[in-house]
Ligand binder design. Sequence first.
Ligand SMILES: Nc1nc2c(ncn2[C@@H]2O[C@H](COP(=O)(O)OP(=O)(O)OP(=O)(O)O)[C@@H](O)[C@H]2O)c(=O)[nH]1
Ligand SMILES: [Mg+2]
Length: 236
Amino acid sequence: MHDTRTIAVMEDIHGENDRLAEQVNHTLTHKRVFVVNEMGAPGIGKTTALIHLIDRITRFSPCVIEGDIESDLDTQTLTGLGVPARQVNTFGACHLDAPLVADAVLGFDFGAVRGGRDGVILFIENVGNLVCPAEFSIGEHIKMLVCSVTEGSDKPYKYPLAFEKADLVLLNKVDLAPYLDFDEAFFMKGLRALNPGAPVIRCSSKTGEGFGEAASVLESMAATAFLDGGLAGDPA
Ligand SMILES: Nc1nc2c(ncn2[C@@H]2O[C@H](COP(=O)(O)OP(=O)(O)OP(=O)(O)O)[C@@H](O)[C@H]2O)c(=O)[nH]1
Ligand SMILES: [Mg+2]
């Protein structure tokens, strides 16, 4: 049971976080940096999906903040491929928050990342977790949820917030669907009850299916965010 003091503290924590997230978003928008908060359970394919997306994004320059409880393995993978990436460790916390991201963005020279392109897409891979990341804004323009046929089709019913808040859903590992009993109609029914509009794209990092379409959706969303931020007519 919550008492009123607990609720007041939680409101303060979220209020502080949301104010900083808004500042981060405002600052980055004006640098033509579009921020994607990538969420999903551990091992669902978040890093592999980023590699495929980054390969297919042509209009904008990509960079990545990797969020993990410990280790910099995903950052090593990305920098090994030439992707500008920085690691954030939470050392126990199960999600990223705005203060952690605000510190990490200081490590990027976005002008250099952008090069001659139309802007930057900053992907922030959140800590692998289907619950807590959905509760905290980190300055993102959109939340991209990676889920998978290996999780089971009941996840929108059991973990509703992440599905409700997603602006783009990647249904990953569809190459494995023939070997599983994933009920896609049941999954979509649960998802659509929470979230009628978000694009849902079937993907596979094994075959590359879906990532071209996802990259082009992300590029359109970035272009719209810059227009909405009053940044039309600012090509390279
Ligand atoms: N069959 C199949 N395997 C995949 C696919 N995508 C990712 N994997 C595998 O799933 C495992 C985990 O992938 P990652 O990209 O590291 O997953 P992650 O969500 O970044 O993991 P954490 O950062 O630890 O939460 C790896 O062995 C990938 O090769 C896919 O579409 N199909
Ligand atoms: Mg990862």
